[in-house]
Design a protein around this ligand. Structure first.
Ligand SMILES: [Zn+2]
Length: 61
């Protein structure tokens, strides 16, 4: 099953709701993927505003 991205947090999930904000506003139309392993140390996480570990989409429509 293709993962979907939360419109708010951009996190990728296979569930029917966002694991972070519990939103059900998930979109299948996303591009790019970045895995955040340690949100506190990751430069990408800081730059993009990701505050938790997980897989995130770069672009969400
Ligand atoms: Zn979310």
């Amino acid at each position: 099953m293709k993962k979907r991205a939360c419109k708010n947090c951009k996190i990728l999930t296979e569930a029917n709701e966002c694991p972070i904000c519990k939103s059900t506003d998930l979109v299948a139309n996303w591009k790019g993927r970045v895995a955040i392993l340690d949100a506190k140390k990751s430069f990408i996480a800081k730059k993009a505003g990701f505050k938790t570990e997980g897989e995130f989409a770069i672009k969400v429509r």
